[in-house]
Ligand binder design. Structure first.
Ligand SMILES: *Cc1c(COP(=O)(O)O)cnc(C)c1O
Length: 409
């Protein structure tokens, strides 16, 4: 499979962490922190050199002028999430962006004040929603609605969301859902969620932290109102790097939405007149506040250039095979304590498989790390393993499962 893999050579475009003896780690945590493209250093050096050479003039004279720098990322990012360029911008970090977007898309009234999330939402999203509710004077216990898996099940069912919306839809202002759940790896049908939410008059927002660069969410066609994501997971842009947002085209010139603004929200034509009344720049760019951090954006640009070269369609094609291979080998182990909780339908997952270990503490995970198999552990009992099509090989997957097999003996 590696010999016939058209993307095999891209592994060399990344730094793969190594043991002291030079042997590569088996790295399966691109869902947490993607590996560093070799081109990243060059891209950051370019900006450091231009800063040294040009000082403030770099805003206009740098090889990639800093003034419009975020625009260099927009088109590639839009392609990755299936959006129009006017719908996307790279700015801030993910949780900050969720708050800013809720300023616009969570406008509660006493009758319609609730927010719906997955019961197993990522903690940052839960805290963001909880504090938004409290900020607006609502009781988070009463107004936070959870979409639960059924008893003895681990995955969410769309029928259950439908049921909640039938009962409480008129009281729900916003659905904020993880496009791919960080814990189970379940990929939800965004179009269906948008349709159900909108039918009840709710706004619909998606956290794509685990989806971007992994699956093809087709955000524009899905019809969701907004989305936000980070770029340090599957987009390989470095620890704590910036996030991206999507705001559907239908709001591109909507002046009625509430927003928090800064000078970078302002129409570009008048931004530097400095004394103009606030006039939001059209599209997602109008949600920006500050002039962007160029060093972080340079790392994003280096990574997006690779995505542009390969394209999400080719990456997803390889990803489907790579993850299917991991699933096949784990199922072959046929071990009573090991159970994959991620959906077996490839259309309902990205590259990550979440492996539930029965009656386990963290020992098995620790032993994997000792063997330089890097996966991550999520309480109470799940090992998350994400073979990434850009830099993981079929051999990586084979060797990982061999080591797991020996540890389970
Ligand atoms: C990774 C992740 C975050 C992290 O948020 P930051 O603001 O970038 O620290 C938030 N939500 C989800 C669903 C995530 O997967």
């Amino acid at each position: 499979m590696d010999q016939n893999d058209p993307l095999a050579s891209y592994r060399n475009a990344f730094h793969i962490p190594k043991e002291d003896n030079g042997k590569n780690w088996l790295y399966f945590t691109g869902n947490s922190l993607g590996l560093q493209p070799k081109s990243t250093k060059l891209a950051i050096d370019q900006e450091l050199n231009d800063w040294a050479k040009l000082g403030v003039e770099g805003h206009f004279e740098a090889k990639n002028p800093w003034m419009p720098y975020h625009e260099f990322l927009t088109e590639s990012m839009a392609k990755i999430v299936g959006a129009k360029p006017i719908e996307v911008v790279v700015m801030n970090t993910l949780t900050t962006n969720l708050h800013l977007l809720m300023v616009s898309f969570y406008n509660p009234t006493p009758k319609r004040c609730k927010i719906l999330i997955e019961s197993d939402a990522f903690p940052s999203d839960r805290y963001a929603v909880q504090t938004q509710l409290e900020f607006h004077g609502f009781d988070a216990n009463e107004c936070l609605v959870e979409w639960h898996p059924r008893k003895v099940e681990t995955l969410l069912r769309i029928e259950d969301l439908e049921h909640i919306l039938e009962e409480q839809g008129d009281e729900i202002a916003l659905l904020l859902i993880g496009g791919i759940n960080y814990y189970t790896g379940q990929y939800l049908d965004l179009k269906e969620i948008a349709k159900l939410g909108h039918a009840k008059g709710c706004k619909v927002g998606i956290d794509l932290a685990h989806g971007v660069g992994n699956i093809q969410p087709e955000l524009h066609d899905s019809g969701v109102d907004f989305a936000a994501w980070c770029t340090y997971k599957y987009l390989n842009s470095g620890p704590g790097s910036l996030g991206g947002i999507f705001v559907h085209e239908r709001y591109a010139n909507d002046k009625t939405l509430k927003r928090f603004a800064g000078w970078w929200s302002q129409n570009k034509a008048t931004r530097f007149n400095m004394r103009q009344p606030l006039d939001f720049t059209p599209g997602a760019e109008g949600w920006q506040l500050s002039n962007p951090p160029i060093l972080s954006m340079a790392a994003i640009k280096a990574s997006l250039d690779l995505f542009n070269e390969v394209g999400m369609t080719a990456l997803r094609q390889k990803s489907l095979k790579l993850t299917a291979y991991l699933e096949f080998l784990i199922n072959e182990l046929n071990h009573p304590n090991i159970n994959i909780i991620t959906p077996s339908n490839p259309n309902e997952r990205g590259c990550q498989l979440s492996i539930q270990v029965k009656n386990a503490d963290k020992t098995l995970h620790k032993q994997l790390i000792e063997n330089h198999v890097i996966t991550d552990w999520r309480e109470p009992d799940v090992i998350r393993c994400a073979p990434v099509p850009f830099y993981n090989s079929f051999e990586d997957v084979f060797r990982m499962v061999e080591i797991l097999k020996n540890l389970l003996k």
